[in-house]
Design a protein around this ligand. Structure first.
Ligand code: PMP
Length: 358
């Protein structure tokens, strides 16, 4: 039986994906080897590598103007690679701060080149998303946003409304969860370990005009080098990409990204409703208009009950609810692979807990 599990990432993968990986564990397609034992230059792995890229393209409707890369180093390496590759002489990188991850991205950019935070939601303790009224300037290297703020549980509701000629988004915690227009973005990146698969691989979607090699950027950190080598410049994380490919297949067979959004809304509703009908026994951390469909954050009106809440949730087979240390309280991460039934079990538990202690 799979656990009822709400961890923020790495986290649960679709049951069907795990079953297929198990089936192919010691004999991938009659080869007598696990796929991770195959050469990354061999036909078996190459097929997976290409299939994973094609599936990304198909599911997100990625236009020919953009390339797909699979790199290592997590989203955190992208915090550095982006400014290294994209801040040129006389240009300034602009950041929208909506939580700890965008702060980290900005901090890294400042180490590398001219960078400025142009909008911040910090005044609200990142409970609400700020007004996005930035007017692009010719001197902008790019504008960086974080589409979903994993720690605070806020999410930009519509990814198609921002206009900047070089818009960059960290979509680590909501890529593949709802449709949006890739062509609005110059670069999108996402660590895989929430909606795409296991940790170890980062997906990057990059507009081809940004693929310029720079003498002062080491090869391993150059988008142009990775694109030219089709993400095989060095040995890729073979097993992570194999699993990512299976997850993408699962998304496709489940009805694609539009269906993911339908499911995600339904799942989030169940938990937000439990918070909203509790009359302050539970309090949502994010303001309602900024609420995330991926990370539901909440606290208890009576914080003395927090330990008891975790203890009893685990006694009921529900795990992974502890909030991030910087926010406290609780967080239910309900990425694509978390089933509806898990959310219903949590809401039911929340109601019972309130009946008992409210
Ligand atoms: N950005 C966001 C929005 C995240 O949620 C995370 C990880 N939780 C990161 C960046 C950092 O990712 P990684 O650990 O892959 O570097």
């Amino acid at each position: 039986m799979k656990r009822i599990y709400f961890q923020a990432g790495p986290t649960t993968l679709p049951k069907e994906v795990m079953e297929q990986a198990k089936e192919e564990w010691d004999d991938f397609q009659g080869t007598g080897l696990n796929i991770m034992e195959h050469s990354h230059r061999g036909k078996h792995y190459e097929d997976i590598h290409e299939q994973a890229k094609s599936r990304m393209r198909l599911l997100l409707d990625i236009p020919d103007t953009h390339d797909v890369l699979f790199l290592q180093g997590g989203a955190s390496l992208q915090f550095a690679m982006i400014p290294m590759n994209l801040i040129s002489q006389g240009k300034t990188a602009k950041y929208v701060l909506t939580g700890s991850w965008s702060e980290k991205a900005f901090k890294e950019a400042k180490r590398i080149g001219s960078s400025e935070a142009v909008i911040t939601g910090k005044d609200s303790e990142y409970r609400t998303l700020p007004k996005m009224d930035y007017v692009p300037s010719d001197s902008d290297a790019y504008l960086h946003i974080t589409s979903n703020n994993t720690i605070y549980g806020t999410q930009w509701q519509d990814l198609n409304t921002f206009t900047h000629p070089t818009l960059i988004a960290d979509m680590s915690s909501d890529i593949m969860s709802k449709p949006f227009s890739v062509s609005n973005y110059a670069l999108i990146y996402a660590g895989a370990q929430k909606n795409l698969g296991p940790s170890g691989v980062t997906a990057i979607i990059i507009r081809k005009d940004l693929l310029q090699d720079h003498e002062n950027v080491p090869s391993i950190l150059s988008y142009a080098v990775h694109a030219k080598n089709k993400s095989l410049y060095n040995t890729p994380p073979v097993y992570s990409i194999y699993l990512l490919n299976l997850v993408l297949d699962w998304v496709d067979r489940s009805g694609g990204v539009a269906e993911m959004e339908v499911r995600n809304k339904k799942k989030a509703d169940v938990i937000y409703n439990a918070i909203d009908r509790s009359n302050g026994f539970y309090n949502g951390y994010a303001t309602p208009e900024s609420r995330s469909l991926m990370n539901v954050t909440f606290t208890l009106g009576n914080s003395d009950l927090e330990k008891q809440f975790i203890k009893e949730s685990e006694e009921n087979g529900i795990y992974g609810l502890k909030g991030h240390r910087s926010v406290g309280g609780f967080r239910a991460s309900i990425y694509n692979a978390v089933p509806q039934e898990s959310c219903e079990s949590l809401a039911e538990f929340m109601d019972h807990f309130q009946e008992k202690y409210g």
